[in-house]
Design a protein. Structure first.
Length: 385
């Protein structure tokens, strides 16, 4: 076969360089050293080295504490407070109706032809009687009430509470005031109760004053001392020493803390130069002292005294059949700072009913102003406090 001529060195070799892989005569061939086979050229079946081990997994980080849910806590507290409020409201309402149901009621406000129409404000007739019917023999002895039968009115007070923010006016009507008693002619005013009970007394007072009576409250000897003792007694000051064995009373001049027995004696005694006119002043002073004590924090925030007073009042009072315990509460707060006075009258005169106090023009003027809601001038205020 003919030889193919070479046209030059193989690509990539410089001209004149010895042939690769064969040593020319007289030339040096470099020593061949084994080199590691690349991973890709290794023989099949050889297991590749395992991948590097993963580092051990670190324990999960502790979760941060869950923040307190104040909203949920507030809702829970609110529910508890709401439940407590409902318990208090329902419990208070229940007690209110319980005590209201225990009130002794009578039909004291009569309906009759010519009765005065409704007058501005709220008007109470408060009556204190000397009834001993509910007293035991021991109570009559301890309270020095005597053994008289029947009922007479030792105390007659008209309380006028004007509309708006004006002060209430407490007017004592002397028991010896000589008035017209419907169907019975002219007699002392306290005879009306003895003849026809509360209804006739209310009608007599309405005819005298021209004022429509809205509420009626009556208290007798029974329960009076318990009512005073329930609030821990009352503080009163007297202008002169008192010694009245009939009323079981002996007090020095000055200020005293009176228990129930002493307070009863004070509102009953007539051992004064002015007799009944001085007694009605002490009765108003006592009423003010009792109301002040009953509405003080020492009683209102002391459940034992508060419920004792409420229970004592329920036992001691008789009211009209249309009156309720909330009417009595309203009366008490109206009496905290009233204007107090006695009905203006003439000088004592002899009448068919004995020595009595006559109604005069001043009497009619006084009640006319009170009825119209007008201010009472000082010259018509008698023994005012």
């Amino acid at each position: 076969m003919p030889r193919i001529p070479s046209h030059g060195p193989p690509p990539g070799r410089a001209p004149g360089a010895p042939p690769v892989g064969r040593a020319s005569a007289g030339q040096y061939a470099p020593t061949q050293k084994p080199e590691p086979v690349p991973a890709g050229d290794r023989t099949r079946g050889h297991r590749p080295p395992p991948p590097p081990a993963r580092p051990a997994t670190a324990p999960p980080a502790a979760k941060p504490p869950r923040p307190r849910r104040r909203g949920r806590r507030t809702v829970r507290v609110g529910k508890v407070l709401l439940i407590l409020l409902l318990v208090l409201v329902l419990g208070g309402t229940g007690l209110l109706f319980y005590y209201d149901s225990r009130l002794d009621r009578i039909d004291a406000l009569p309906a009759y032809a010519g009765r005065p129409s409704d007058t501005p404000g709220t008007n109470w007739l408060i009556v204190g009687t000397d009834s001993r019917s509910d007293l035991s023999d021991d109570q009559r002895t301890n309270l020095s009430t005597g053994d008289a039968d029947g009922s007479r009115t030792d105390t007659i007070m008209l309380v006028h509470n004007p509309p708006g923010s004006g002060k209430a006016t407490v007017v004592s009507i002397p028991r010896d005031l000589y008035v017209e008693i419907p169907g019975n002619g002219s007699l002392k005013v306290n005879a009306a109760y003895n003849i026809g009970g509360p209804a006739l007394l209310v009608q007599t007072v309405e005819n005298l004053t021209g004022i429509h009576i809205d509420h009626y409250a009556e208290i007798g000897f029974g329960g009076f001392d318990t009512l005073v003792d329930a609030v821990g007694g009352v503080d009163m000051c007297i202008d002169q020493p008192l010694n009245d064995p009939k009323a079981g009373l002996k007090l020095s001049k000055g200020c005293h803390h009176l228990n129930g027995r002493q307070a009863l004696g004070l509102v009953r005694t007539r051992a004064f130069p002015r007799a009944d006119l001085e007694r009605v002043v002490n009765q108003r002073k006592f009423l003010a002292a009792l109301v002040s004590r009953a509405t003080s924090p020492a009683v209102l925030f002391n459940p034992f005294r508060l419920f004792g007073f409420i229970g004592g009042a329920i036992d001691a009072l008789t009211v009209d059949e249309r009156d309720h315990i909330w009417n009595l509460a309203s009366l008490m707060f109206a009496l905290r700072d009233p204007v107090t006075t006695t009905t203006p009258t003439g000088e004592s005169v002899y009448t068919d009913d004995g020595l009595a106090l006559p109604v005069t023009d001043r009497t009619e003027e006084f009640f006319g102003l009170l009825r119209a809601g007008q201010p009472i001038p000082d010259e018509l205020l008698v023994d005012a406090r």
